[in-house]
Each structure stands twice: as C-alpha cells, then as structure tokens.
Write a protein that binds this ligand. Structure first.
Ligand SMILES: O=C(O)CCC(=O)C(=O)O
Ligand SMILES: [Fe+2]
Length: 290
C-alpha cells in the first residue's frame, strides 16, 4: 500500500459541475482558491470587527465564560506556548444573524445538499438542520482543533478561511489502520493531539503520513467524506464551515445514521433514508441534470 499522501491540489477557475465530478464524486480533497471571491466577508471580517461590534456577547469555552472582547484580546496575544481558547463550531445564523448578508452559501459548490431538504421524520429533520448549518471559528496562533477526526456521519465539509492562516494535517481514509479510531466514536482518533502521540501505546501512528499545508485567507478546503484532518492556527484566524450530504456520500451517511439508531428503529431508519435518498436523487436529476 502506498501511504505517502498525494499533496492536496490548490485550484482555481473550476466550475461547480467539474468540481462535483472531479472532487466530490471522486472523494478527493482540494483547495479552491477562488470560491470566496466576491464574498463581502472577505476583507471585511477581522478579530477587531467582532470585538468592536459585540464586545459583551459571551461564549462558554471549555467550561469558562468569555466576553467576546476579552476572548479577542487573548486571540491576538495567543502563541504556541500559551494558546488562547478556540471559539469553534458556533452556528453563525444563531449567534451573528447580522453577518449572514456577508456570506454567499448558495454557492453552487455546496450543492446539491440533501441535508437541506425537508424531512417528515423529526429526528432526521433536527439532525440535518444542525448538520448543514454554517459554523464559525475564531482562534489564535498555536491553537488548533482538539482532535484528529473525520466529520460526523461521513458528511463532506468545506472549510473557508476568511482571516489569518491555518495549517491543516490531512490523512486519507486508507490510513485509518494507523490512526486508532475510537471504538465508541469511529470518526475520532485515540491520537487526538498528533504532535504528542504516545508511540509505545500507538506504534502504528508512526507510519501515518499526513499532507500538511496552509490555508490562506480567501481559500476553501474541500475535505471529503471519511478523510481524517486536524488543524493548527499560525495567526489570529477566522473561518467558516459547511457540511454537505448527497448522492456521493449518502450510502456511508445512511450506514452511520442507522448504526446510531436504537436497534428497534434500525430497519425503519434504513428504509426511510433509502427512500429519501431515492427521492433526492430524482429531484437532482430533474433540476440539475447531474
Ligand atoms: O477549522 C478547524 O479548526 C477544523 C474544523 C473541523 O474540522 C470541524 O469542525 O469538523
Ligand atoms: Fe472536521
């Protein structure tokens, strides 16, 4: 098995349709350097903007309550020896509805997204509503995502960088055997902090080879279903994420969602999601010709 990760390409000028075929359907990561061109958020959002407009808004991070102005001070002063807390996975439209006009989530690259369709089943309606929400991340130099993981339920993810620089560590699904997935949550690695792995306990981790690169402001990483990743910020940083499910990853999503249902509901959940997948595929055929 060749485990040297191919470097993630950086591309621009690729149409949504070609992106869908060459990356989403092929389940290959890519950095799109022009997806955010023309989004008002780019060039407008900064740590100072958040501190000035919402100084007293509070967030709970790692059990402690933070005023946004104090958090931004910590983010600006953050360094690897003393990293600031990471405000992450905050649903943008809940916390900052005023900022929705600055983003263009209707971008063709994010569609089709079956999680945004309507669901009669209340459990899946709620799960997909939350699962497809655009999320915000603000953090400082030296801090990163707390755990090596792939995104829950095998969704695809777009990670959009608006301010500052973020380093990514990406491993293909074929490296799972070296990454010690947790038995209770197979999308999280026992080797949460990849820079401090106990190699006596997790010896195969030494064989894992990530592709490492920096996401610059204006760039978007597409991280496909089942690809492992984690991050470290190299400066104060502001990003958004968006998760997508469609024909390209529905079978894997369905398997995960069914496995997570109570044993009594598994057959029902499986039939429901299969039928919904078929319906969504037909809708796509009629409206998009994909
Ligand atoms: O931007 C980051 O720090 C990583 C975010 C991420 O991978 C996630 O929220 O699933
Ligand atoms: Fe992720």
């Amino acid at each position: 098995m060749n485990l040297t990760s191919e470097p993630v390409e950086k591309r621009k000028g690729i149409s949504p349709r070609d992106f869908y075929r060459d990356y989403m359907q092929a389940n290959r990561p890519v950095v799109l350097t022009d997806l955010l061109d023309g989004w008002p958020a780019l060039g407008k959002w900064s740590p100072e903007m958040f501190a000035e407009r919402w100084p007293d808004k509070t967030f709970e991070i790692d059990g402690k309550s933070w005023r946004l102005a104090d958090l931004i001070d910590a983010v600006m002063a953050s360094d690897p020896a003393n990293p600031a807390p990471y405000l992450r996975n905050q649903v943008l439209k809940e916390h900052f509805p005023e900022l929705i006009d600055d983003i263009r989530p209707e971008s063709g690259y994010f569609h089709p997204n079956w999680m945004e369709r309507s669901y009669r089943n209340a459990v899946f309606r709620e799960l997909f509503h939350r699962g497809s929400a655009i999320e915000l991340y603000i953090g400082g130099n030296g801090r990163g995502f707390p755990v090596l993981h792939w995104d829950g339920y095998h969704t695809h993810a777009f990670l959009m960088q608006f301010y500052g620089r973020k380093e990514f560590f990406v491993y293909g699904p074929e490296q799972s055997a070296f990454l010690y997935p947790r038995e209770d949550c197979p999308n999280l690695s026992h080797c949460a902090d990849i820079k401090n792995v106990d190699l006596e306990r997790y010896p195969l981790f030494a064989k894992a080879k990530p592709d490492v690169f920096v996401l610059e402001p204006g760039e978007t990483l597409f991280i496909p279903s089942g690809w492992w990743h984690t991050t470290q910020m190299l400066s104060p940083s502001i990003s958004l994420s968006c998760n997508v499910g469609n024909r390209t990853n529905w079978a894997a999503m369905r398997r995960d969602l069914v496995a997570r249902s109570s044993p009594l509901n598994r057959i029902k959940a499986s039939a429901y999601l299969s039928a919904k997948g078929l319906l969504c595929a037909i809708q796509d055929l009629l409206s998009l010709g994909i």
